[in-house]
Structures are given as structure tokens and as C-alpha cells.
Write a protein that binds this ligand. Structure first.
Ligand code: CMC
Length: 431
């Protein structure tokens, strides 16, 4: 028996199957089960991928028990403290922190790809004014493939790179245009003199008739939130992007599929859901009632912004963002916002509750991000869009990594079939 193998014994037949073990650089090694069906005659059953590594990746590492998150080996705390969003984007795409010259060049490229095709602007008008901005995002981002034929040959590394730049650069412009459409204001063109988040704020909040000044507190807060949301290993939306991309679909279509998956309230939609929940709770005096609902298995209510598939310890991003939430609200003079007080009280009570302690349910990053967005004047239906802008970096980095992985094949899970066994067709007049 090889040292780097494990042996599985089939207790039904006594047959033994030896499987190779692939070594990780951090975290659990992985048993390679690619030949298990052929050798042992079984599928592996793992709904929700609780124990399944769907790919190899050198991008993000997270340890749920320790509450650690690294991008390309760098702890999230260090990046949040010392880096900025576009530097992190460079790190994710190219593997290393950029030199000053490389960063200037990268910023310049991203800045100069931020305009969207004038014809694309017409798409927004096809949506009814009360369309959810995420619905507009799914449609418009998917339609980019119709505009940029020159960057959809996925076998060409340069095409892939240009597509990556375009997506990172255009996402804020599309997001802001979605918002402007929903409030009936004219779209604002990007301003190349502004930072990535400054430009987004300008496109969202400026109007042609008056001068808009980007608030440096808002610009910095958004930059930090974006760093925290860049990537998170093989989460639902990233896995969706990879699965779509594995068939050779063009990158813009893959991003649209990621946006669709992110929208769900169990994933990126949670930040919007947290605010709706706080609205519904309404007052500190109702917290006990809602905690009881969250614990009741017959009640679908869940405490939004609590719990995580992987973190069974405090989400390190939540720790950073919680601190920032206090600072931003104080700096903006919004720390007496009753919703913030309600959120903090809810957090305190839930963290001391046996149900939440036993299940290791801690506040996650989305519990606080919505509160900050609200303080910055960003409407609730744009919260998940904000998440999508930041996560685009992770999606494109994961997509690029996947395409250049020599082991990459079309994603094609199997199933445990539990339907009827073979039966014969009965003509309709005999049923
Ligand atoms: N409120 C009440 N109970 C909960 C919650 C919650 N938010 N989350 C989990 N539980 C309970 C769950 O009912 C189960 O209890 P039991 O063992 O008695 O059956 C136990 O905790 C384990 O939960 P699970 O559903 O098996 O965990 P999961 O890994 O499948 O789900 C989750 C993870 C994030 C979908 C879930 O915790 C949840 O729905 N949270 C609220 C939504 C949310 O905040 N999502 C954002 C996640 S962070 C950002 C991102 O990654 O997009």
C-alpha cells in the first residue's frame, strides 16, 4: 500500500480500493476519487459538497475552525489594513502583489476600460423602472458577450486577460447605470480621475446639474468592504462560474451565471435580507420573539447574517467589518441610527444564546456590510450588487485559473438515482 494513498474497504463485499491522496499546501489533503466508480463501482454522495473539493486552486484559503482567510497566502487582516481593492485585484489575477509600476499600469488599464458601449446603454431602458438592479445586472452583464467578440476566444490567454480587465472595469459602470435607471436619473459616465470606489460613488450619486464631491470616508469604507468580498474559495456563485466556464462558455456569460447564483438570500442576497429582517423586527423588545422563530424548525425564519457553511468560528471578515462599521457610523454621525443599535443588541443576545452557541452560528460579513451601505446612503436593493462588483475579481481570477488548469474538464456531477426502475409505456387510453 502506498504511503500517499488511503484504502477503502467495502464491508458488503470485502473488496478493497486504494485511492491516491493529493497534498494541499494548507488545510486537509484530498483523496482523489476520480477512478472510484471504475474501481469500486460506487458514486460518492455529497449533496452541498460538504466534503468534496471540486477543483484545485491556489487563490484563496479559508480555515473555518480557526476563522482564517488568506488571498494568495496573505491574511485578510493585513490586506484590509494595508492594501487597496485594485492592488488586491492584481494579486488575485497575477499571483503576486504588484510593484508600484505594475500597479500604476494595472490601474490605468482598469480605468480605461470602464466605459460601456453606447449601444449597451439602451438595454437599461428595456427594463421596467422598478426592476431589481440584480435582475438588470444578470441581463446586461450576460449581454456583454454580444459586444466584445474580440475577447471571447477562451483558448487565447490574451483574450482571457482582456475579458478579465473589461469585467472588473465595467462592473461599477453597469451597477451604477442599473441604479440610475431604477431612480429615473441619467446615467453618469466614469471619471478617470477618480479611484475605483470613488468613481462608483460618483456614477451612483452625482447628477449632471450639480457638483458631487466623493466623501473620502465613504470611498475608503467601500474599498475595504470590496477587499473583504473579493473571493471566498469555492462558494456557490464561484462554483457556478466555474461550472458554466467548464463547458467553454464565454466569460461574460459565466459572470452572469455567477451574479444569478449570488442573488440568493442564503448567499450574497443576505446583506439585503439582513436589513429587511431588522426592519421586520423593528424594536429591541421584539428580539426574543424573533430569536424563538429562528430556533423553531417549523418556522422558515432564519436569522439573516448569521451562520456560514465553512466558518464555525467568527468570520474574520465580520470582525474587520464590525470594527469599521462602528468607525464609519461614528465618522458620518450616524451611530445613533436605531437600526444599528437594534443590530448590535441582536448580535449580543444571539451570541449568548445556547442555540447559536451550540451550532457555532456567528454573525457573518453580511450582517454588518448592509449597515455600512445604509450609512453611506446606498439603497438596500443595491447591496447585493455591491457584493457582485467586488466578487467579480474572484470570479474572473477563478475562471482564468480554471481555464489554464491542465486537469480541467467539463464539470459533470453524477447522482444517486432514486426514481422508478424501468417500466413500460402505457398508451393513454389504458391508464
Ligand atoms: N438562523 C437560525 N438557525 C440557523 C441559521 C440561521 N441563520 N443558520 C444555520 N442555522 C441552523 C440550522 O437550522 C441547523 O440547525 P440544526 O442542526 O438544528 O438542523 C444548523 O444551524 C446548521 O445549519 P445548516 O443549514 O446545516 O448550515 P449550512 O452550512 O447548510 O448553511 C447558511 C449555511 C449560511 C446558508 C445558513 O447559516 C444561513 O442560511 N444563514 C443565513 C443567511 C446568511 O446570512 N447567508 C450569508 C452567508 S455569508 C456570505 C456569503 O457567503 O455569501
Amino acid at each position: 500500500m502506498g504511503k500517499d494513498t488511503i484504502t477503502i474497504t467495502d464491508n458488503r463485499t470485502g473488496r478493497q480500493t486504494e485511492l491516491p491522496v493529493r497534498e494541499s499546501t494548507l488545510g486537509p489533503d484530498a483523496v482523489d476519487i476520480g477512478l472510484f466508480l471504475k474501481e469500486a463501482g460506487y458514486f460518492m454522495y455529497d449533496p452541498g459538497f460538504l466534503s468534496t473539493a471540486s477543483c484545485q486552486s491556489a487563490l484563496t484559503y479559508l480555515d473555518g475552525a480557526e476563522g482564517q482567510l488568506f488571498y494568495r497566502g496573505y491574511p485578510i487582516e493585513q490586506l484590509a489594513e494595508q492594501s487597496n481593492f485594485t492592488e488586491v485585484a492584481h494579486l488575485m489575477l497575477y499571483g503576486d502583489l504588484p510593484t508600484a509600476t505594475q500597479l500604476t499600469k494595472f490601474n490605468n488599464i482598469i480605468t480605461h476600460h470602464s466605459m460601456i458601449n453606447e449601444a449597451l446603454k439602451g438595454f437599461f431602458h428595456g427594463f421596467y423602472h422598478d426592476a431589481h438592479p440584480m435582475a438588470i445586472m444578470v441581463g446586461v452583464v450576460g449581454s456583454l458577450s454580444a459586444f466584445y467578440h474580440d475577447s471571447t476566444d477562451i483558448s487565447d490567454p490574451r483574450h482571457r486577460e482582456i475579458a478579465a480587465h473589461r469585467m472588473i472595469a465595467k462592473m461599477p459602470s453597469i451597477a451604477a447605470a442599473s441604479y440610475k435607471h431604477s431612480i429615473g436619473e441619467p446615467q453618469v459616465y466614469p471619471d478617470n480621475s477618480l479611484s475605483y470606489t470613488g468613481n462608483l460613488l460618483n456614477m451612483m450619486f452625482s447628477v449632471p446639474c450639480e457638483k458631487y464631491y466623493v466623501d473620502p470616508i465613504a470611498e475608503k469604507a467601500l474599498d475595504l468592504i470590496f477587499i473583504l468580498h473579493v473571493d471566498h474559495e469555492q462558494n456557490a456563485s464561484t462554483s457556478t462560474v466555474r461550472l458554466a466556464g467548464s463547458s467553454g462558455a464565454n466569460p461574460f456569460a459565466c459572470m452572469a451565471s455567477g451574479i444569478a447564483a449570488l442573488w440568493g438570500p442564503a448567499h450574497g442576497g443576505a446583506n439585503e435580507a439582513v436589513l429587511s429582517m431588522l426592519d421586520e423586527i423593528g424594536d429591541v423588545s421584539n428580539i426574543d420573539k424573533y430569536l424563538a422563530k429562528a430556533k423553531d424548525k417549523n418556522d422558515p425564519f432564519r436569522l439573516m447574517g448569521f451562520g456560514h457553511r465553512v466558518y464555525k468560528n467568527y468570520d474574520p471578515r465580520a470582525r474587520i467589518i464590525r470594527e469599521m462599521c462602528h468607525q464609519v457610523l461614528a465618522k458620518l454621525g450616524k451611530d445613533d441610527d436605531p437600526m444599528f443599535e437594534l443590530a448590535l443588541r441582536l448580535e449580543e443576545i444571539a451570541l449568548a444564546d445556547e442555540y447559536f452557541i451550540q451550532r457555532k452560528l456567528y454573525p457573518n460579513v453580511d450582517f454588518y456590510s448592509g449597515l455600512i451601505y445604509r450609512a453611506l446612503g446606498i439603497p438596500a436593493n443595491m447591496f447585493t450588487v455591491m457584493f457582485a462588483i467586488a466578487r467579480t475579481v474572484g470570479w474572473v481570477a477563478q475562471w482564468m485559473e480554471m481555464i489554464s488548469d491542465e486537469e480541467q474538464r467539463i464539470g459533470r456531477p453524477r447522482q444517486l438515482y432514486v426514481g422508478p426502475t424501468q417500466r413500460d409505456y402505457v398508451p393513454i387510453d389504458q391508464r
